[in-house]
Design a binder for this molecule. Structure first.
Ligand SMILES: NC(=O)c1ccc[n+]([C@@H]2O[C@H](COP(=O)([O-])OP(=O)(O)OC[C@H]3O[C@@H](n4cnc5c(N)ncnc54)[C@H](O)[C@@H]3O)[C@@H](O)[C@H]2O)c1
Length: 252
């Protein structure tokens, strides 16, 4: 028996990193999964790896309302009502002081994380079964911050406000809504941030970041996926409106 047997899930940014690790785990636990993302080559590869009977995919920009509506319609056609919505798509944006932060890039970072999650929730909840689960990937910088990341940290904090509001609204339908807050996780996304933040080569930058993490290492995407599975499944049946840090002790 899988923990998501018979469940239908949508994962945004499901073609790489944390999203793909979660898709693999969800399928292993019995779910059928739709991947919505930007990179067609990676979406196609993930679909081929996980099997067309269990996985569908669409090129979907989460900031475009018509594309979000169309992706959710595809899920309904293919698999039926939704049980799990994992809003995970993200971009990091510039790492510069606010006085140098390009306004259009600030707006884009907010759009991907906040408008993107808003649109997925707005159009996902009507096609979700009562008792479903929504998980939004925020970050440790959705709970604290660091210099240079005005766009990313503001967006990740904003997702918490969205989560708390919708957790209140959806509770009448027993739909649970939570944010997950990973610390540095071993993906190309994080490697790029670390290289830009430190000015060091990737391996040295990773060591510098390891030094900031009480557990002394990055998370693997698979470790984050296990926590997403917890929030997605009945294992967390009394958990809603919460911020789950998965960060090796960075926020204590
Ligand atoms: N890796 C980390 O250390 C870390 C830590 C905390 C939070 N996060 C968050 O985890 C999530 C996944 O990050 P990751 O590390 O797996 O990186 P990733 O780059 O592998 O994943 C991000 C995914 O989002 C997709 N995406 C970007 N913009 C999109 C858009 N407009 N519409 C649809 N899809 C879009 C990308 O194509 C990509 O597949 C992000 O929200 C990120 O902010 C990552």
């Amino acid at each position: 028996m899988g923990r998501l047997d018979g469940k239908v899930a949508v994962i945004t940014g499901g073609e790489s990193g944390i999203g793909l690790a979660t898709a693999r785990l969800f399928v292993a636990e019995g779910a059928r999964v739709h991947l919505a993302g930007l990179r067609e080559d990676l979406l196609k590869a993930a679909g081929a790896e996980l099997g067309a009977d269990r996985v569908s995919w669409s090129v979907t920009d989460v900031t475009e309302e018509d594309q979000v509506i169309s992706a959710l319609a595809q899920v309904a056609d293919r698999f039926g009502e939704l049980d799990v919505l994992f809003s995970n798509a993200g971009i990091s944006g510039p790492i510069v002081p606010i006085t140098e932060f390009p306004t259009d890039e600030f707006r884009r970072v907010l759009d991907v994380h906040i408008l993107g999650a808003f649109l997925m929730l707005k159009h996902g909840l009507p096609v979700m079964r009562d008792g479903g689960s929504v998980i939004i990937t925020s970050s440790i910088v959705g709970l604290t911050s660091a210099p240079g990341i005005a766009g990313y940290a503001t967006a990740k904090h904003g997702q918490v406000g969205l989560m708390r509001t919708v957790a209140r609204e959806a509770v009448a339908r027993r739909i649970r809504v939570n944010t997950i807050h990973p610390g540095p996780t071993d993906t190309l996304f994080q490697q790029d941030i670390e290289v830009r933040a430190t000015g060091a080569a990737a391996a040295d930058a990773a060591r510098i970041f390891d030094g900031m993490i009480p557990m002394g290492r990055h998370a693997t995407p698979e470790e984050i996926a296990q926590s997403v599975l917890y929030l997605a499944s009945g294992d967390s049946s009394f958990v809603t409106g919460t911020t789950l840090s998965v960060d090796g002790g960075m926020i204590i």
